[in-house]
Design a protein around this ligand. Sequence first.
Ligand SMILES: [Zn+2]
Length: 87
Amino acid sequence: MALISCPECAGVVSDKAPNCPHCGFIIEQQISAEEEVEIIRAEEKAEKDRKKEEAIKKAERKTTLFGLILLIISISVIIISMFAATR
Ligand SMILES: [Zn+2]
């Protein structure tokens, strides 16, 4: 349990209290819960985005490696065929 200040009268209110004991202002637990869900969603989205980015980076790395291998193979083939042609 934490103490928060009432947004209406700035009095000290328990965060579990449904309304302010000083002025009766209704502390909207609903909104804070929604905000919490929003924060969790944002965190999940950030995590997902991070994972997606990682996957893209990994795929890019694989593609680069594959391209490099292909390039080496084609260069080797060209060199070998050149040697074969001169012989
Ligand atoms: Zn109050």
